[in-house]
Ligand binder design. Structure first.
Ligand SMILES: *Cc1c(COP(=O)(O)O)cnc(C)c1O
Length: 395
């Protein structure tokens, strides 16, 4: 590959938090670079000086340009982008707008996320639709041949998790979208764990709707999310939660909704956080999404290889095409105990349990795994320190 490399010293200099210890939780809530921090804090200070409305208006050109910025990150048009306050808010706004009636079928991956599964199961039960997991291949990705056998004209929606919350596999989006579109089903892509670590271009992947978050791999502030709704799909959706941002009250008894993706936005939002999210998106685009993907994969492979050598450690990642999430267990130690002992050694990891990914963890008989998610700013030496810390747990 001739993608430019990440300048490790430069990105570490931009990331004060990465020198405090070994940070391995970009799948949970990453460390923002100073460019993001300065934007958020600077705007909060400005709000305190002139009030939130004036401060907002001063940044209107940047906020408006933000739709184009996100569009270049996500491979869509600026009017196909909406900003929200989380990936879940984005996903719910879109899902609630998908028409679903008795007898309809929704197909999901075996790595469906709890935050999607709960509203899916609830709404399916209410309207008389079904939620059906598509089997995975032995390697772990969604089985596209099995999907093709399940697809028929009653399938209204395919809910596809790009990268699961609990492991390093990458699902094949383009193949799923192509198959789903042959029967007219909508493809809703949960890109929460992929945007910021992998290229996620809606146009290339063929996803109709894409949801994502700011705080994970993109390194934005908490409380930020975004949604892509491709233009041809918008007219098939019926947004449920609309307000005076989504539309205009044109006479005492009539209103008009916006005809672009911003119909899914609500009036109130944090301008500081939005600006921080945009700074994070700009930072990723400046580094180059392909360079980021190469660096993250290299870090994760380094960590997986190191962990696999430690006696008693089992690495659980599935998939032929892998990414930055590393999942493992340590013999005779609960994942929570591993997390706490690593935290005491300044190594930050998290634990993910069956309640987040029921189909997958139940099927594999795994109640919990430790999740380590290194970003490009984690140095290879730090990864070796983390492996040594895990090895030290054994005695
Ligand atoms: C974290 C996560 C979400 C939810 O993101 P929020 O920003 O917390 O709403 C959705 N899907 C997957 C796969 C996730 O890992």
């Amino acid at each position: 590959m001739d993608t430019p490399m990440i300048d490790l010293a430069a990105v570490r200099a931009d990331t004060p938090g990465c020198r405090r210890g070994v940070f391995l939780d970009s799948a949970g809530s990453s460390l923002p670079p100073v460019q993001v921090l300065d934007e958020v804090v600077g705007h909060l200070r400005r709000e305190a000086e002139v009030g939130g409305y004036v401060a907002h208006d001063e940044r209107l050109p940047d906020l408006e340009a933000g739709y184009g910025l996100m569009a270049s990150l996500l491979g869509c048009e600026p009017d196909e982008v909406a900003f929200t306050d989380s990936a879940t808010r984005s996903w719910l706004a879109a899902f609630d707008a998908v028409p679903l009636t008795a007898g309809d079928r929704v197909l999901v991956t075996e790595v469906e996320y709890a935050g999607n599964a709960i509203p899916l199961l609830r709404r399916a039960a209410e309207v008389g639709a079904t939620v059906e997991p598509v089997p995975s291949t032995p390697a772990g990705e969604i089985d596209v041949a099995a999907l093709r056998e399940m697809l028929d004209e009653r399938v209204a929606l395919v809910s596809l998790v790009h990268v699961p919350t609990n492991g390093g596999l990458v699902n094949p989006v383009a193949e799923v979208a192509e198959a789903a579109h042959e029967v007219g089903a909508l493809v809703l892509l949960d890109a929460c764990q992929s945007v910021g670590q992998l290229p996620v271009l809606a146009s290339e992947l063929g996803a109709d709707i894409v949801s994502g978050t700011g705080r994970k791999w993109l390194r934005g502030p908490r409380g930020t999310g975004f949604l892509v709704v491709r233009r041809p799909v918008l007219e098939r959706l019926r947004p449920r939660q609309v307000d005076l941002r989504s539309g205009t009250w044109i006479s005492p008894d009539s209103y008009e909704l916006r005809a672009d993706a911003r119909v899914f936005e609500l009036w109130e939002s944090s301008t500081a956080d939005r600006l921080g999210l945009l700074a994070a998106a700009r930072y990723a685009l400046d580094l180059g999404v392909d360079a980021i993907a190469d660096a993250v994969l290299a870090r994760a492979e380094h960590l997986r290889a190191g962990l696999a050598e430690v006696p008693g450690v089992e690495v659980h990642d599935l998939g032929t095409n892998r990414c930055g999430i590393v999942s493992f267990t340590v013999a005779d130690r609960e994942p929570e105990q591993v997390r706490a002992e690593l935290a005491a050694r300044d190594v930050t990891v998290t634990v993910t349990g069956v309640g987040s990914t029921q189909y997958d963890m139940t099927r594999r008989g795994l109640p919990e795994v430790v999740r380590a998610s290194p970003h490009y700013f984690t140095s290879p030496d730090q990864l070796d320190e983390a492996v040594a810390a895990v090895a030290a747990l054994k005695r």
